[in-house]
Design a protein around this ligand. Sequence first.
Ligand SMILES: Nc1ncnc2c1ncn2[C@@H]1O[C@H](COP(=O)(O)OP(=O)(O)OP(=O)(O)O)[C@@H](O)[C@H]1O
Ligand SMILES: O=C(O)c1ccc[n+]([C@@H]2O[C@H](COP(=O)([O-])O)[C@@H](O)[C@H]2O)c1
Length: 198
Amino acid sequence: MGERGQRIGIMGGTFDPIHNGHLVAASEVADRFGLDEVVFVPTGQPWQKGRQAVTPAEDRYLMTVIATASNPRFTVSRVDIDRPGPTYTVDTLRDLRAVYGPDAELFFITGADAVEKMLSWKDAERMFELARFVGVTRPGFELSSAHLPEDAVSLVEIPAMAISSTACRARVVAGKPVWYLVPDGVVQYIAKRGLYAG
Ligand SMILES: Nc1ncnc2c1ncn2[C@@H]1O[C@H](COP(=O)(O)OP(=O)(O)OP(=O)(O)O)[C@@H](O)[C@H]1O
Ligand SMILES: O=C(O)c1ccc[n+]([C@@H]2O[C@H](COP(=O)([O-])O)[C@@H](O)[C@H]2O)c1
């Protein structure tokens, strides 16, 4: 306390599994905004994902820890997986504000697909008051903030990573490699736990 407020990025996601697109997004925004830390926050129950079951939270959490362990500025928070019920970003931001204190500046990072849907998120108006939002480019999606409150979201172009968790899961089901799409330790964790094998 007493120091200048820390600049904290928040990278929320289902991370089923975490892939290099997530890591590049966090790294680029950290560089662009001079962030001190990026906290990766695996979701508890992602209520807007169109499928019934996601992989157990502990597996998604551990993959996120493995993927981020080598970067001194990346950390992982359990706030969303430890909170019962559907995951809402408005709650994530309240919880992380309590952790980092009133002086911290919070930057919530999302890809272009998430930016499209943001107005449908719970208490969106309140949510925009609790953090700055940063939307990053993603192949296959238009990045625009025209539908959002003015100045709520900053847009950032990042190197195009045509990777999705859906495609990674489908590759594992089909017996294809996910090397170099996800970090090495995550490839090994998926194999060790037999995730996505069908
Ligand atoms: N390749 C990518 N480039 C930029 N942003 C991405 C990329 N993949 C995911 N994101 C962003 O990361 C956040 C978390 O994404 P999520 O965990 O849902 O991954 P996903 O690949 O979109 O998953 P799925 O294919 O299962 O829907 C979202 O804000 C999403 O827009
Ligand atoms: O707050 C909401 O209502 C809300 C609705 C959909 C997604 N989110 C958050 O957006 C982030 C990316 O979500 P997803 O579903 O693309 O993995 C993650 O942190 C989610 O908790 C939040």
